[in-house]
Design a protein around this ligand. Structure first.
Ligand code: DQA
Length: 138
C-alpha cells in the first residue's frame, strides 16, 4: 500500500516552532517511529513551503497512490489552488491538523480543502497523522 504524508508551510519547523502548540518532536523523528510501526506499508513523506510545489506533488501521486494524508497548514485556510488539486485527483485525501484549529483564531476555522477530503482529523497532536493512517488500513 502506497501512502504519502504531505506537509505544508512551516511544518519543517516542527519541534522548534511554537512548541506549546505543536510539541517538541521533529516531524522526521515522528515519521521514523510511524514507519517502524508499519513496516508493511510504503510510507512516504514530502514537505514544502511553496503552494505550487504542494499542488504538483498532489498531481504526481494523486492518480496512483492508495492514500494521501495532507496537512496543508496555513494554505488550508487560503488556497483555492490546493483545494482544486484535491478535488481533481482520484486518490483519497485525509486532511489533518496537529492543533485544534477550531479552538484558535477564526480564520483557522475555515478549510478550503475539507469539502473534497475523505475525512478530517483535527487536534490530536502528531497522533492525528496516525489516526489518518489507521483509517486507510481499516
Ligand atoms: C496546522 C494549523 C494551521 O492553522 C496552521 O497554519 C499550521 C498548522 C496544524 O497542524 O495544527 O501551520 O495545520
Amino acid at each position: 500500500m502506497n501512502i504519502i504524508i504531505i506537509n505544508g508551510p512551516n511544518l519543517n519547523l516542527l519541534g522548534k516552532r511554537e512548541t506549546n502548540i505543536y510539541g517538541d518532536l521533529s516531524f522526521q523523528e515522528f515519521f521514523e517511529q510511524l514507519s517502524e510501526k508499519h513496516p508493511s506499508l510504503n510510507l512516504e513523506y514530502y514537505q514544502s513551503n511553496i503552494e505550487g510545489e504542494l499542488i504538483s506533488k498532489l498531481q504526481e501521486v494523486g492518480f496512483t497512490y492508495d492514500g494521501i494524508i495532507l496537512n496543508a497548514a496555513a494554505y488550508t485556510h487560503t488556497s483555492v489552488g490546493i483545494a482544486d488539486a484535491v478535488a481533481g485527483i482520484t486518490t483519497p485525501v485525509i486532511e489533518v491538523h496537529i492543533s485544534n484549529t477550531y479552538s484558535r483564531e477564526s480564520f483557522r476555522h475555515v478549510s478550503y480543502l475539507a469539502p473534497n477530503a475523505k475525512g478530517v482529523i483535527v487536534g490530536f497532536g502528531l497522533q492525528s497523522y496516525e489516526l489518518a493512517l489507521q483509517s486507510f488500513l481499516s
